[in-house]
Design a protein around this ligand. Structure first.
Ligand code: UDP
Ligand code: MG
Length: 136
């Protein structure tokens, strides 16, 4: 039985700034993700605060929202079987130092905050996050 899902991926400012977007997109394509929609944008800090609202009580929340709004990002809808879990696996651990070889964060991440990519953590959140960026 097939279980085609969509998930939201973001190429974060540190990676866009280093022109890694094409290399990262190639990693998605090589791993059988289809890129259904994409857009390059810069968001306001207030929008980043909304996007990361689940983290609002965390000590890193303010820096995280400043960072996500600090430069252009690329938001993408990725689709494949088990897209949510497979994307989390391809991204690697939140801290690039803990990420496995071959993962995006291991290859490109600089630090726990500049870790190059975002990926939805559940099918439910994927829907919310896709709407956040792609619902007109
Ligand atoms: N983050 C951070 N410091 C921390 C934990 C997280 O700066 O101690 C940032 C990091 O960029 C991470 C984002 O906050 O990607 C969201 O955290 P989450 O735990 O949801 O990690 P993710 O789902 O991105 O792996
Ligand atoms: Mg998360």
């Amino acid at each position: 039985m097939s279980n085609i899902e969509q998930t939201l991926s973001i190429i974060k400012p540190d990676a866009v700034e280093r022109n890694l977007d094409n290399e990262i997109k190639q990693m998605f394509l090589k791993n059988e993700f289809n890129i259904i929609k994409e857009k390059k944008i810069q968001i306001e800090k207030s929008e980043a605060e909304k996007f990361y609202k689940v983290h609002e009580t965390k000590p890193f929340y303010n820096d995280l929202c400043s960072y996500l709004s600090s430069g252009p990002i690329i938001a993408m809808i990725l689709e494949k079987e088990n897209a949510v879990a497979d994307n989390r696996k391809l991204m690697g651990a939140t801290n690039p130092n803990d990420a496995e070889e071959g993962t995006i964060r291991k290859k490109y991440g600089i630090s726990i905050d500049k870790n190059s990519v975002h990926g939805s953590d559940s099918v439910e959140n994927a829907k919310i996050e896709i709407d956040f960026f792609f619902k007109n």
